[in-house]
Design a protein around this ligand. Sequence first.
Ligand SMILES: NC(=O)C1=CN([C@@H]2O[C@H](COP(=O)(O)OP(=O)(O)OC[C@H]3O[C@@H](n4cnc5c(N)ncnc54)[C@H](O)[C@@H]3O)[C@@H](O)[C@H]2O)C=CC1
Ligand SMILES: O=C(O)[C@H]1O[C@H](OP(=O)(O)OP(=O)(O)OC[C@H]2O[C@@H](n3ccc(=O)[nH]c3=O)[C@H](O)[C@@H]2O)[C@H](O)[C@@H](O)[C@@H]1O
Length: 453
Amino acid sequence: MRVCVIGTGYVGLVTGVCLAHIGHQVICVDNNEEKVKLMRAGQSPIYEPGLSELMVANMDSDRLLFTTDLGKGVRESEILFIAVGTPALEDGSSDTRYVEAVARSIGEHLDEKYRVIVNKSTVPIGSGDWVRMIVTEGNEAHQQQTGQAIAVNFDVVSNPEFLREGSAVYDTFNPDRIVLGGNNPQALALMRELYTPLIERRVGENPDLPPVPVVMTDLSSAEMIKYAANAFLATKISFINEVANICDRVGADVSQVAQGIGLDSRIGSKFLNAGIGWGGSCFPKDVSALIHTAKDYGYTTSILNAVVEVNQVQRLIVVEKLQQELKILKGKVIGLLGLTFKPDTDDMRDAPALNIIQQLNRLGAKVKAYDPIVSQSGVSHGLSGVQIESTPAMLADQCDALILVTEWQEFLKLDFPALASRMHQAVIIDGRNFLDKAKLQQSGFRYLGVGRS
Ligand SMILES: NC(=O)C1=CN([C@@H]2O[C@H](COP(=O)(O)OP(=O)(O)OC[C@H]3O[C@@H](n4cnc5c(N)ncnc54)[C@H](O)[C@@H]3O)[C@@H](O)[C@H]2O)C=CC1
Ligand SMILES: O=C(O)[C@H]1O[C@H](OP(=O)(O)OP(=O)(O)OC[C@H]2O[C@@H](n3ccc(=O)[nH]c3=O)[C@H](O)[C@@H]2O)[C@H](O)[C@@H](O)[C@@H]1O
């Protein structure tokens, strides 16, 4: 099938590359010329394991091309994905201006051929009908300008995305479910056909499993599924963090508690890692957007408000622990192991590290950091108040304490005795309960985790 994906970020690029890989003809459109130039040269503008190789292979097979020309993408495709960003506005609501701009441009380029316009971006409930309206407006404006009368024929489908950064390619090929929301069976049937190789597990790593469940809903329910899924996962993390804070006080170990409750199949063991809380480009903005939507309808989201509040406190829990340990932070040198909001990504959007750096600076500490991706990239990522070091050893030099912020696998293999010997004081706060406490203690570190002290 002929597909156009508009927006080549974490979602759009992965979607475009993976759809090409399962045999579709894909045009990826982005209005950022630099990005398009980079992708045409076979380079991925984002760090995502396995993505570059897959991208180049599908470009070489002529199934994937990149352009800034949205008109070309619309004219030459039957399915048009909108995959642009929907960041949070000041008031917590979703900024849909990029979706609006794309929907209007699609409208300007539509002809009589039938198209399915797919909302892949996470958009507020009700956006399906709104996109239909904007596309129609764009088309009418174009008709007025050109004097041409075109009978456009399209449907809008909501197809929320559930991939995680750092395992985006794996998640796309091995989805837990595919959600398709829409009013017209013809559009939903086309979408199901598009995803057939994934549904039948022809490309995933578990070919023997039953087909991937496809959840067919109305537009609003599909949009709500996306918000409810992210809000539930954020709730699960805030819940275990609250339990961790109680564990700290009563002397229990949250890792053992998580194991004990996670084995109950009604609870499940995933997303029970306590630490410095959730961040990234989606949980914070999506939980805020859902709270905002509820507010628009006069409803107060007591649970979700608490989920956010717990997370705000949790981000700074490592600084509190440092204060208890070192007493005064003014004039101290603190080293952060990791900066990104999770491992295997270069994404710094709403990373807890940003709050930790700010708070440490406010308390008069000097902050250094080493991150496997950020340290190598040479890009500032908008960071300030932190000195980026190029090796863990350089990070440890003269430090009064280390804080593990991101659980990169390579941190498990660090030479901790060597690091301890370079530090003023060998204190480590494990913000992700990731390191081997006994090994750290043997290496001469005073070790403090979250909920397992
Ligand atoms: N990042 C993630 O892991 C996930 C994101 N989502 C949702 O997917 C959507 C996209 O998110 P990301 O991929 O992270 O965003 P992103 O910010 O990484 O990428 C958006 C891309 O859209 C391009 N763009 C903006 N306006 C455009 C226009 N008028 N024409 C063409 N291209 C345009 C930008 O240049 C950029 O390359 C958001 O709604 C997000 O909530 C959903 C699931 C996972
Ligand atoms: O809508 C989105 O953008 C995506 O948001 C999350 O994916 P992502 O943000 O990439 O990463 P996660 O692995 O979910 O982690 C999110 C945050 O929660 C934190 N986390 C996660 C799990 C856990 O047990 N504890 C915990 O603190 C991570 O450190 C990270 O800061 C969801 O997992 C995806 O399903 C969804 O598509």
